[in-house]
Design a protein around this ligand. Sequence first.
Ligand code: OGA
Ligand code: NI
Length: 350
Amino acid sequence: MEKKQSGTGTDTDSVTKNVPFLNRIDLSSPDIHQSVSLLKQACLDSGIFYVINHGISEELMEEVFEQNKKFFGLPLSEKMKVLRNEKHRGYTPLFDEILDPDNQVHGDLKEGYYIGVEVPEDDPKAEKTFYGPNVWPSDDILPGWRHTMEKYHLEALEVARAIARIIALALDLEANFFDKPEILGQPLALFAIAKVWFISCFIWSPGQISDPSNGLYGAGAHTDYGLITLLATDDVYGLQICKDKYAQPQVWEFIAPLKGAFIVNLGDMLERWSNCLFKSTLHRVLGNGQERYSIAYFVEPGYDCLVECLPTCKSEKNPPKFPPVMYGDYLGQRYKDTHIDLNVYNELQS
Ligand code: OGA
Ligand code: NI
Protein backbone atom coordinates (compact mmCIF):
# COMPACT_ATOMS: atom_id res chain seq x y z
CA MET A 1 0.00 0.00 0.00
CA GLU A 2 1.24 3.46 -0.81
CA LYS A 3 2.33 5.34 2.28
CA LYS A 4 0.34 8.41 3.18
CA GLN A 5 2.45 11.51 3.48
CA SER A 6 3.06 11.84 7.19
CA GLY A 7 4.11 15.45 7.27
CA THR A 8 6.28 17.81 9.20
CA GLY A 9 6.80 19.08 12.72
CA THR A 10 9.03 16.33 14.00
CA ASP A 11 12.09 18.17 15.27
CA THR A 12 12.20 19.63 18.76
CA ASP A 13 12.97 23.11 17.35
CA SER A 14 9.51 23.25 15.95
CA VAL A 15 8.18 22.77 19.49
CA THR A 16 8.78 26.40 20.23
CA LYS A 17 7.81 27.66 16.78
CA ASN A 18 4.76 25.64 16.20
CA VAL A 19 2.48 25.55 19.22
CA PRO A 20 -1.02 26.73 18.44
CA PHE A 21 -2.91 28.90 20.86
CA LEU A 22 -5.68 26.86 22.45
CA ASN A 23 -8.78 28.19 24.15
CA ARG A 24 -9.07 27.56 27.88
CA ILE A 25 -12.44 26.52 29.20
CA ASP A 26 -12.68 27.40 32.87
CA LEU A 27 -15.09 25.02 34.57
CA SER A 28 -15.28 27.29 37.61
CA SER A 29 -16.48 30.24 35.54
CA PRO A 30 -20.05 31.37 36.19
CA ASP A 31 -20.21 32.80 32.66
CA ILE A 32 -21.62 29.80 30.79
CA HIS A 33 -22.18 31.81 27.60
CA GLN A 34 -18.52 32.61 27.42
CA SER A 35 -17.57 28.98 28.06
CA VAL A 36 -19.94 27.80 25.32
CA SER A 37 -18.57 30.31 22.88
CA LEU A 38 -14.91 29.48 23.63
CA LEU A 39 -15.60 25.77 23.38
CA LYS A 40 -17.52 26.10 20.14
CA GLN A 41 -14.80 28.17 18.57
CA ALA A 42 -12.18 25.57 19.58
CA CYS A 43 -14.30 22.69 18.26
CA LEU A 44 -14.83 24.40 14.92
CA ASP A 45 -11.20 25.39 14.60
CA SER A 46 -8.99 22.54 15.84
CA GLY A 47 -11.09 20.14 17.92
CA ILE A 48 -8.81 20.60 20.92
CA PHE A 49 -8.83 22.87 23.98
CA TYR A 50 -7.64 23.08 27.57
CA VAL A 51 -9.96 22.66 30.52
CA ILE A 52 -8.82 24.49 33.63
CA ASN A 53 -10.16 24.68 37.20
CA HIS A 54 -11.78 21.31 36.66
CA GLY A 55 -12.06 20.53 40.35
CA ILE A 56 -9.75 17.49 40.57
CA SER A 57 -7.19 18.30 43.22
CA GLU A 58 -3.50 18.63 42.46
CA GLU A 59 -2.87 15.99 45.13
CA LEU A 60 -5.02 13.41 43.37
CA MET A 61 -3.45 14.17 39.99
CA GLU A 62 0.01 13.79 41.49
CA GLU A 63 -0.96 10.57 43.20
CA VAL A 64 -2.21 9.10 39.93
CA PHE A 65 1.03 9.99 38.18
CA GLU A 66 3.08 8.60 41.08
CA GLN A 67 1.12 5.35 41.04
CA ASN A 68 1.59 5.18 37.28
CA LYS A 69 5.32 5.44 37.61
CA LYS A 70 5.31 2.69 40.19
CA PHE A 71 3.33 0.37 37.96
CA PHE A 72 5.44 0.87 34.86
CA GLY A 73 8.59 0.55 36.98
CA LEU A 74 7.69 -3.05 37.86
CA PRO A 75 9.60 -5.86 36.14
CA LEU A 76 7.98 -6.98 32.89
CA SER A 77 7.20 -10.41 34.39
CA GLU A 78 5.08 -8.69 37.06
CA LYS A 79 3.28 -6.51 34.49
CA MET A 80 2.58 -9.52 32.30
CA LYS A 81 0.60 -11.02 35.20
CA VAL A 82 -2.02 -8.34 34.55
CA LEU A 83 -1.87 -8.53 30.75
CA ARG A 84 -4.99 -7.10 29.13
CA ASN A 85 -7.79 -9.58 28.69
CA GLU A 86 -10.34 -9.96 25.91
CA LYS A 87 -12.36 -7.16 27.58
CA HIS A 88 -9.45 -4.77 27.01
CA ARG A 89 -8.74 -4.35 30.71
CA GLY A 90 -5.21 -4.53 32.02
CA TYR A 91 -1.68 -4.06 30.77
CA THR A 92 -0.82 -3.42 27.14
CA PRO A 93 2.88 -4.10 26.49
CA LEU A 94 5.18 -2.14 24.23
CA PHE A 95 4.10 -2.47 20.56
CA ASP A 96 0.78 -4.08 21.52
CA GLU A 97 -1.29 -1.32 20.00
CA ILE A 98 -0.86 -0.08 16.44
CA LEU A 99 -2.95 3.03 15.99
CA ASP A 100 -2.03 3.85 12.40
CA PRO A 101 -1.35 0.51 10.69
CA ASP A 102 -0.89 2.09 7.24
CA ASN A 103 2.02 4.25 8.37
CA GLN A 104 3.62 2.34 11.22
CA VAL A 105 6.29 -0.29 10.75
CA HIS A 106 5.52 -1.82 14.14
CA GLY A 107 3.26 -1.09 17.11
CA ASP A 108 3.21 2.03 19.26
CA LEU A 109 6.27 2.72 21.37
CA LYS A 110 4.27 2.77 24.52
CA GLU A 111 2.97 0.66 27.34
CA GLY A 112 -0.49 1.20 28.69
CA TYR A 113 -2.99 0.02 31.25
CA TYR A 114 -6.71 0.01 30.70
CA ILE A 115 -9.35 0.37 33.38
CA GLY A 116 -13.08 0.62 32.72
CA VAL A 117 -16.33 0.69 34.59
CA GLU A 118 -16.34 -2.33 36.90
CA VAL A 119 -18.96 -4.91 35.91
CA PRO A 120 -19.04 -8.04 38.09
CA GLU A 121 -18.56 -11.34 36.30
CA ASP A 122 -22.06 -12.55 37.22
CA ASP A 123 -23.77 -9.43 35.84
CA PRO A 124 -25.55 -10.28 32.55
CA LYS A 125 -23.86 -7.26 30.96
CA ALA A 126 -20.49 -8.92 31.47
CA GLU A 127 -21.30 -11.09 28.48
CA LYS A 128 -20.88 -8.14 26.16
CA THR A 129 -17.55 -7.19 24.67
CA PHE A 130 -15.81 -4.50 26.73
CA TYR A 131 -17.90 -5.09 29.88
CA GLY A 132 -16.51 -7.04 32.79
CA PRO A 133 -14.40 -6.81 35.91
CA ASN A 134 -11.19 -4.84 35.83
CA VAL A 135 -7.80 -6.41 36.23
CA TRP A 136 -5.86 -5.03 39.22
CA PRO A 137 -2.25 -5.43 40.25
CA SER A 138 -2.05 -7.06 43.67
CA ASP A 139 -2.27 -4.77 46.67
CA ASP A 140 0.92 -6.30 48.11
CA ILE A 141 2.87 -5.14 45.12
CA LEU A 142 1.22 -1.75 44.58
CA PRO A 143 -0.57 -0.71 47.76
CA GLY A 144 -3.37 1.78 47.18
CA TRP A 145 -3.10 1.57 43.41
CA ARG A 146 -6.65 0.42 42.79
CA HIS A 147 -8.10 2.92 45.25
CA THR A 148 -6.31 5.81 43.54
CA MET A 149 -7.43 4.73 40.08
CA GLU A 150 -11.05 4.23 41.10
CA LYS A 151 -11.14 7.62 42.74
CA TYR A 152 -9.71 9.22 39.65
CA HIS A 153 -12.22 7.39 37.48
CA LEU A 154 -15.17 8.85 39.41
CA GLU A 155 -13.81 12.36 39.55
CA ALA A 156 -12.84 12.44 35.89
CA LEU A 157 -16.33 11.30 35.00
CA GLU A 158 -17.78 14.35 36.74
CA VAL A 159 -15.43 16.58 34.76
CA ALA A 160 -16.52 14.80 31.58
CA ARG A 161 -20.15 15.45 32.39
CA ALA A 162 -19.50 19.12 33.00
CA ILE A 163 -17.76 19.45 29.64
CA ALA A 164 -20.48 17.44 27.90
CA ARG A 165 -23.05 19.99 29.11
CA ILE A 166 -21.12 22.80 27.49
CA ILE A 167 -20.79 20.77 24.29
CA ALA A 168 -24.56 20.16 24.29
CA LEU A 169 -25.24 23.89 24.57
CA ALA A 170 -22.75 24.58 21.79
CA LEU A 171 -24.80 22.22 19.59
CA ASP A 172 -28.10 23.95 20.50
CA LEU A 173 -29.24 20.98 22.56
CA GLU A 174 -30.57 20.82 26.11
CA ALA A 175 -27.63 21.03 28.51
CA ASN A 176 -28.33 17.54 29.84
CA PHE A 177 -28.49 15.86 26.41
CA PHE A 178 -25.43 13.67 27.04
CA ASP A 179 -26.58 12.76 30.57
CA LYS A 180 -29.05 10.23 29.12
CA PRO A 181 -28.71 6.74 30.64
CA GLU A 182 -27.28 5.27 27.46
CA ILE A 183 -24.73 8.03 27.13
CA LEU A 184 -23.24 9.43 30.35
CA GLY A 185 -25.93 8.22 32.76
CA GLN A 186 -26.83 9.28 36.26
CA PRO A 187 -24.15 9.09 38.92
CA LEU A 188 -25.81 6.36 40.99
CA ALA A 189 -26.53 4.24 37.97
CA LEU A 190 -22.91 4.32 36.97
CA PHE A 191 -22.02 0.72 37.64
CA ALA A 192 -25.42 -0.63 36.75
CA ILE A 193 -25.52 0.85 33.28
CA ALA A 194 -21.88 0.08 32.71
CA LYS A 195 -20.42 1.97 29.86
CA VAL A 196 -16.97 1.98 28.58
CA TRP A 197 -14.81 4.75 29.92
CA PHE A 198 -11.31 3.59 29.72
CA ILE A 199 -8.46 5.20 31.50
CA SER A 200 -5.18 4.30 30.02
CA CYS A 201 -1.98 5.19 31.69
CA PHE A 202 0.91 5.40 29.36
CA ILE A 203 4.59 5.60 29.65
CA TRP A 204 6.47 6.58 26.55
CA SER A 205 9.61 4.58 26.76
CA PRO A 206 12.98 6.15 27.46
CA GLY A 207 15.43 5.73 24.62
CA GLN A 208 12.71 5.01 22.09
CA ILE A 209 12.88 7.83 19.61
CA SER A 210 10.14 8.35 17.07
CA ASP A 211 11.13 8.68 13.48
CA PRO A 212 8.11 9.36 11.30
CA SER A 213 10.17 8.99 8.12
CA ASN A 214 10.68 5.40 9.26
CA GLY A 215 7.18 4.85 10.55
CA LEU A 216 8.18 4.91 14.23
CA TYR A 217 5.77 6.59 16.63
CA GLY A 218 4.99 6.84 20.33
CA ALA A 219 1.41 6.53 19.13
CA GLY A 220 0.48 6.49 15.46
CA ALA A 221 -1.90 9.07 14.01
CA HIS A 222 -5.47 8.39 15.04
CA THR A 223 -8.70 9.89 16.21
CA ASP A 224 -10.23 8.75 19.50
CA TYR A 225 -13.45 6.80 19.22
CA GLY A 226 -15.97 8.19 21.67
CA LEU A 227 -17.31 11.59 22.69
CA ILE A 228 -14.25 13.35 24.09
CA THR A 229 -10.96 12.44 25.74
CA LEU A 230 -9.54 14.14 28.84
CA LEU A 231 -5.80 13.96 28.61
CA ALA A 232 -3.46 14.70 31.49
CA THR A 233 0.23 14.70 30.66
CA ASP A 234 3.47 15.42 32.44
CA ASP A 235 5.58 18.28 31.07
CA VAL A 236 7.33 16.29 28.33
CA TYR A 237 6.28 17.33 24.83
CA GLY A 238 5.04 14.65 22.49
CA LEU A 239 1.41 15.17 21.54
CA GLN A 240 0.76 16.61 18.09
CA ILE A 241 -2.43 17.41 16.24
CA CYS A 242 -3.22 17.81 12.58
CA LYS A 243 -5.98 20.40 12.24
CA ASP A 244 -7.04 19.48 8.74
CA LYS A 245 -7.06 15.71 8.58
CA TYR A 246 -7.92 15.63 4.88
CA ALA A 247 -5.12 17.95 3.73
CA GLN A 248 -2.07 16.54 1.99
CA PRO A 249 0.65 16.89 3.06
CA GLN A 250 -0.52 16.79 6.65
CA VAL A 251 0.69 19.57 8.92
CA TRP A 252 1.48 18.54 12.50
CA GLU A 253 1.68 20.92 15.44
CA PHE A 254 2.79 20.18 18.99
CA ILE A 255 0.33 20.78 21.80
CA ALA A 256 1.98 22.28 24.85
CA PRO A 257 1.39 20.54 28.18
CA LEU A 258 -0.37 22.91 30.59
CA LYS A 259 0.13 22.22 34.28
CA GLY A 260 -3.07 21.42 36.12
CA ALA A 261 -5.18 21.44 32.94
CA PHE A 262 -6.75 18.72 30.86
CA ILE A 263 -6.14 18.72 27.15
CA VAL A 264 -9.50 17.77 25.65
CA ASN A 265 -9.92 16.43 22.13
CA LEU A 266 -13.02 15.35 20.25
CA GLY A 267 -13.88 11.77 19.36
CA ASP A 268 -15.50 10.11 16.36
CA MET A 269 -18.96 9.89 17.92
CA LEU A 270 -19.10 13.64 18.38
CA GLU A 271 -18.22 14.00 14.72
CA ARG A 272 -21.12 11.68 13.83
CA TRP A 273 -23.61 13.24 16.21
CA SER A 274 -22.76 16.72 14.94
CA ASN A 275 -22.71 15.68 11.28
CA CYS A 276 -19.06 16.80 10.96
CA LEU A 277 -19.69 20.27 12.38
CA PHE A 278 -17.25 19.23 15.11
CA LYS A 279 -14.65 16.89 13.62
CA SER A 280 -12.76 14.33 15.64
CA THR A 281 -9.20 15.46 16.25
CA LEU A 282 -6.42 13.67 14.38
CA HIS A 283 -3.46 13.34 16.74
CA ARG A 284 -0.33 11.31 17.39
CA VAL A 285 2.51 11.16 19.88
CA LEU A 286 6.20 11.42 19.10
CA GLY A 287 8.62 9.96 21.59
CA ASN A 288 11.75 12.05 21.94
CA GLY A 289 13.70 9.57 24.02
CA GLN A 290 12.52 10.90 27.37
CA GLU A 291 10.06 9.11 29.60
CA ARG A 292 6.60 10.54 29.21
CA TYR A 293 3.59 9.67 31.30
CA SER A 294 0.06 10.52 30.31
CA ILE A 295 -3.42 9.57 31.38
CA ALA A 296 -6.15 9.49 28.77
CA TYR A 297 -9.69 9.29 30.04
CA PHE A 298 -11.87 8.23 27.15
CA VAL A 299 -15.42 9.41 27.56
CA GLU A 300 -17.47 6.86 25.69
CA PRO A 301 -21.16 6.31 25.15
CA GLY A 302 -22.60 2.95 26.23
CA TYR A 303 -22.28 -0.16 24.11
CA ASP A 304 -25.95 -0.03 23.09
CA CYS A 305 -26.04 3.68 22.37
CA LEU A 306 -27.26 4.33 18.85
CA VAL A 307 -25.29 7.30 17.61
CA GLU A 308 -27.10 9.20 14.90
CA CYS A 309 -27.09 12.71 13.50
CA LEU A 310 -28.54 15.23 15.96
CA PRO A 311 -31.74 17.02 14.95
CA THR A 312 -29.94 20.35 15.35
CA CYS A 313 -27.20 19.33 12.92
CA LYS A 314 -29.17 18.31 9.84
CA SER A 315 -31.44 20.01 7.36
CA GLU A 316 -32.73 19.42 3.86
CA LYS A 317 -29.57 20.99 2.50
CA ASN A 318 -27.35 19.21 5.01
CA PRO A 319 -28.53 15.61 5.28
CA PRO A 320 -26.78 13.15 7.64
CA LYS A 321 -23.34 12.16 6.38
CA PHE A 322 -23.20 8.88 8.33
CA PRO A 323 -25.74 6.13 8.90
CA PRO A 324 -26.66 5.52 12.57
CA VAL A 325 -24.18 3.25 14.33
CA MET A 326 -24.32 1.21 17.51
CA TYR A 327 -21.37 2.36 19.55
CA GLY A 328 -20.39 -1.14 20.67
CA ASP A 329 -20.12 -2.29 17.05
CA TYR A 330 -18.02 0.71 16.11
CA LEU A 331 -15.67 0.27 19.06
CA GLY A 332 -15.29 -3.45 18.48
CA GLN A 333 -14.17 -2.88 14.92
CA ARG A 334 -11.74 -0.10 15.83
CA TYR A 335 -10.14 -2.27 18.52
CA LYS A 336 -9.76 -5.16 16.12
CA ASP A 337 -8.02 -2.90 13.63
CA THR A 338 -5.56 -1.48 16.14
CA HIS A 339 -4.53 -4.24 18.55
CA ILE A 340 -2.54 -7.37 18.04
CA ASP A 341 -4.31 -10.66 18.59
CA LEU A 342 -4.13 -11.80 22.22
CA ASN A 343 -3.26 -15.31 21.03
CA VAL A 344 0.21 -14.01 20.22
CA TYR A 345 0.88 -13.78 23.96
CA ASN A 346 -0.60 -17.20 24.66
CA GLU A 347 1.71 -18.66 22.03
CA LEU A 348 4.71 -16.79 23.48
CA GLN A 349 3.96 -18.14 26.92
CA SER A 350 3.47 -21.74 25.84
C1 OGA B 1 -4.64 8.23 23.26
C2 OGA B 1 -3.74 9.36 22.99
C3 OGA B 1 -2.11 10.91 23.76
C4 OGA B 1 -1.10 11.13 24.84
O1 OGA B 1 -4.43 7.58 24.29
O2 OGA B 1 -5.56 7.99 22.47
O3 OGA B 1 -3.82 9.90 21.94
O4 OGA B 1 -0.51 12.18 24.83
N1 OGA B 1 -2.86 9.74 23.94
O5 OGA B 1 -0.98 10.25 25.68
NI1 NI C 1 -5.77 9.45 21.21
